[in-house]
Design a protein around this ligand. Structure first.
Ligand SMILES: [Zn+2]
Length: 51
């Protein structure tokens, strides 16, 4: 899984474990949809939350 989480809604239920592993310690938030993720690459418009 290396796609943007913002576009993964359809496969979320099937891949819940791997999804959680990408968002369990979020550092970035998506400016467009408000989703959070550990890595910027997993968001369509990610920005760092703190620091
Ligand atoms: Zn997004």
């Amino acid at each position: 899984m290396s796609k943007e989480l913002c576009k993964l809604k359809k496969s979320l239920k099937k891949n819940m474990k791997s999804y959680v592993s990408l968002v369990d310690a979020p550092n970035f938030v998506c400016k467009k949809c408000g989703r959070v993720a550990n890595a910027k690459k997993n968001l369509c418009d990610g920005v760092k939350m703190r620091g």
